[in-house]
Structure formats: C-alpha cells, structure tokens
Design a protein around this ligand. Sequence first.
Ligand SMILES: Cc1cc2nc3c(=O)[nH]c(=O)nc-3n(C[C@H](O)[C@H](O)[C@H](O)COP(=O)(O)O)c2cc1C
Length: 147
Amino acid sequence: MAEIRVVVGSTYGNASLIADDCTEQLNQLGHRATLLNEPSYQQVAENPDVILICTATIGQGEIPANLQPLYDQLRQHQPDFSGVRFGLIALGDSSYESFAEGGKQMNELMHDLGARPVGQALFIDSCETPDADEVAAEWIERWSEKL
Ligand SMILES: Cc1cc2nc3c(=O)[nH]c(=O)nc-3n(C[C@H](O)[C@H](O)[C@H](O)COP(=O)(O)O)c2cc1C
C-alpha cells in the first residue's frame, strides 16, 4: 500500500477528470491516493511517498496555470526528493509544436529533485487517443503493481 499524492495540471478539465478516475482506481486497488487539483507546495513537498503527476500542456508548451506555482516553488526550494517515487501521465496534442511539454518539464523537475520514476511515463496524444480514460486506467493498473 502506497501513500500517493495525485498532482493535477489542467486548464479545460481533461487532465482533471483523468486524475480523478486514477485516484479512485488507486484507492480501489488498496492504495491511499489523494487528489490535489490546486496542488500547494506544502501538500506536495512534506513527507511525500509517491507522487503521480497528471498534467496537460497549454499555450506554447506551457504548464497549466494551476500547476505553475507548485513548479516554481519546487524549483526555488529544491526539496530533497531522493526518497520519493513518482509517475507521470502527460496529456497533449501532437498538432502543437511542443508536444506534452508541460509533462516533460514536470518530469525533468522530478528527476532534478532526485525522485525515482516508477515505470514509463504515459503520454496521451488527443489526436490519436479518443479513449484517454481507458488508456489511463490500463496504465494505472500496471503502474500500481510496481509500487
Ligand atoms: C490553447 C491551447 C494550447 C495548447 N497547447 C498545447 C501545446 O503546446 N502542446 C501540447 O502538446 N498540447 C497543447 N494543447 C492540448 C492540450 O494539452 C490537450 O487538449 C489537453 O487534453 C487539455 O487538457 P486540459 O483539459 O486538462 O487542459 C493545447 C490546447 C489548447 C486549447
């Protein structure tokens, strides 16, 4: 059983809905998952065990506004995440030049803080994946077994 903080980056609600489903699924699988739609530094940086980031990209390859303050504070304070494991679900659209760049920036940040990735990140391209929720659910099932 892992203690998981599900960190959302969403502008129009897609990533938020997927994160909500993932949180429910993880709890059903026996973990303790908490959904953070407006993730604050305190909620994320204090004694984390596992962090699951579920973020879209906005603008020209930018992190959604609800997640940007957390990104900035983590960059500023550089907490030691060497004891933290993380997973990433990145939503994007490959018709944009910077595909899923928000997720890629979060991925780089977690690596820079010393966090250890659990499995491969999931990239969901809305051009190719109409059933994003199903793809995410399958990924969560495999991911949760690695925790
Ligand atoms: C104004 C706008 C800008 C976007 N910019 C990008 C981008 O630069 N790169 C990318 O991969 N996707 C981009 N997208 C696609 C979104 O990331 C994708 O539609 C995602 O599912 C939206 O999730 P959300 O509803 O949680 O915000 C953009 C979408 C919009 C509407």
